[in-house]
Design a protein around this ligand. Structure first.
Ligand SMILES: Cc1cc2ncn([C@H]3O[C@H](COP(=O)(O)O)[C@@H](O)[C@H]3O)c2cc1C
Ligand SMILES: O=C(O)c1cccnc1
Length: 336
């Protein structure tokens, strides 16, 4: 028995998606007017969407971006170059349409929802205690699960929370080892000395909570944040509801990473959309056995990289559903 058996039970019922839908996509792809495999990863993306949507003809009619926001007690340790009040101020900016994610959501043809997760109540500073109690963690996970709208075709996840690159680095270190220096990056703009201090703060947190770090969910409660827990909950609910997921950068990937440790294939329905310039992200993507779709030197968060990858998925679906077959077009195939 553990405090998180309810969540572990949900993860243990994860299915493996619709293999027949994926097979149908692969079979159709070989009939389309192109040399076999010539659309490269676009072909894999169409097959991935089909498997996790459970639909032989994948579609992206309803794409939603959800940005979760939260605040972090560990900012008291001087780990961010911006003050904690920016989190709530940016939530206002999202509502007014003035943030990067507002513009990128429009480009992606996606809906955008912002879900503050008790922004006025920061987590505990993980260097002096747990970030969240088990109940607080479960409540934040539930906020995320409830935020997945029924019937959407793709969920893009993002976050806003001053201090959360420290939290993400601590969680990544807990899950995959390596210590603060391996995972700490500049975040919103620390200098090299600042990154060194941030690594030391992470190491203090890891030492304080060492006894629980072997349990990915206990680690996420002790070191994580409410917006990260909500992302985890949304990724779980998406799996249960047949909704493929695009993860954003370092913070978002770290938030979902406990699922990969809890269950073989636990993150197979979630793709890392871009590799962030935040120092630990490349290492984290590799630890998950993934290859990010885009690498544009971005280090913003907000779901920006996930939004930017939506047009790539739209291209995959457009080719798959719109192209003529060799027979339909009267083009000679290469079989003979
Ligand atoms: C104006 C502004 C807009 C942002 N949008 C996303 N982030 C990003 O930066 C924060 C993490 O960096 P750190 O760990 O260094 O605080 C998160 O809020 C993340 O979403 C922003 C940060 C700022 C300052
Ligand atoms: O990659 C990220 O998620 C990231 C990087 C810097 C700041 N905020 C988020």
């Amino acid at each position: 028995m553990s405090e998180f058996d309810d969540l572990r039970a949900r993860v243990s019922t994860f299915g493996t998606g619709d293999a027949a839908a994926e097979a149908a996509v692969r079979a159709r792809q070989d009939t389309l007017t192109k040399p076999p495999g010539s659309l490269g990863r676009l072909e894999d993306l169409a097959a991935w969407l089909a498997r996790w949507q459970g639909r032989a003809m994948p579609r992206l009619d309803r794409v939603e971006i959800v940005v979760f926001a939260g605040n972090h007690g560990v900012v008291a340790q001087g780990v961010s170059s911006f003050p904690a009040e920016v989190t709530a101020q940016m939530v206002g900016n999202f509502a007014a349409g003035g943030a990067a994610i507002n513009q990128l959501a429009r480009v992606a043809g996606a809906g955008l929802r912002v879900v503050p997760v008790e922004v006025a109540r920061p987590t505990g500073d993980f260097t002096v205690g747990t970030a969240m109690s088990a109940d607080e963690f479960r409540a934040a996970v539930a906020v995320g699960s409830d935020a997945v709208a029924p019937g959407i075709d793709l969920l893009c996840l993002g976050e806003m929370g001053i201090g959360n690159t420290t939290v993400a680095a601590a969680l990544a270190a807990a899950l995959f080892g390596g210590g603060g220096a391996a995972w700490a990056g500049r975040g919103t703009g620390l200098d090299q000395a600042g990154v060194g201090r941030k690594a030391a703060v992470i190491d203090r947190g890891l030492a304080r909570h060492e006894a629980v770090l072997a349990d990915p969910l206990a680690a996420a409660a002790a070191l994580g944040g409410r917006e990260l827990a909500a992302i985890l909950g949304a990724v779980i609910a998406a799996r249960e509801q047949g909704v493929p997921v695009l993860l954003d950068g370092f913070v978002c990937t770290a938030a979902a990473a406990p699922l990969a440790v809890l269950a073989q294939g636990g993150l197979d329905h979630a793709l890392v959309a871009h590799v962030s310039a935040e120092a630990g992200h490349r290492r984290l993507v590799a630890a998950l056995g993934q290859a990010a779709l885009l690498d544009l030197g971005m280090r913003l968060g907000e779901g920006s990289g996930a939004a930017l990858a939506v047009p790539v998925l739209r291209a995959a679906v457009a080719c798959h559903s719109g192209m003529a077959s060799f027979a339909e077009a009267g083009v000679s195939d290469g079989a003979g």
